[in-house]
Design a protein around this ligand. Structure first.
Ligand SMILES: [Fe+2]
Ligand SMILES: [Fe+2]
Length: 119
């Protein structure tokens, strides 16, 4: 899971750089789509792991994943169609929330899984 988080953060950084360097909407939109696809896959594997190990915080965590994906899709839509939307601000808040999720919600279940010898 930490590997996946690493890849996600790399993609997030790539996206941030694309915005900083003033790349076109198309390129940013494609990167964001890539991030969304990978996130979807990552969330799914996280939830599978939690489900199989009987993690007690699964329902809450799943809700947060849904909220996160909805927000990303919404941002994707804005990037694609919302002319004049401040991209930097949009992606910064997305990024903050993303990191927040990994730090506050994903970190606690790692040790919990380790204790049970899941990985
Ligand atoms: Fe995660
Ligand atoms: Fe998560």
């Amino acid at each position: 899971m930490d590997d996946q988080h690493g890849i996600l953060m790399d993609t997030m950084n790539e996206l941030r750089l694309a915005v900083v360097h003033g790349r076109g909407r198309e390129e940013i939109s494609a990167l964001l789509d890539q991030l969304i696809e990978f996130t979807r896959m990552h969330y799914w594997s996280e939830e599978q792991l939690m489900e199989h190990s009987g993690f007690p915080g699964l329902a809450e965590h799943r809700d947060e994943h849904h909220a996160m994906l909805a927000r990303m899709l919404q941002s994707g839509h804005k990037v694609q169609y919302g002319e004049g939307v401040p991209l930097r601000q949009l992606l910064c808040s997305l990024r903050d929330r993303y990191i927040d999720h990994i730090e506050k919600l994903d970190q606690p279940y790692g040790p919990w899984l380790n204790e049970r010898g899941v990985y």
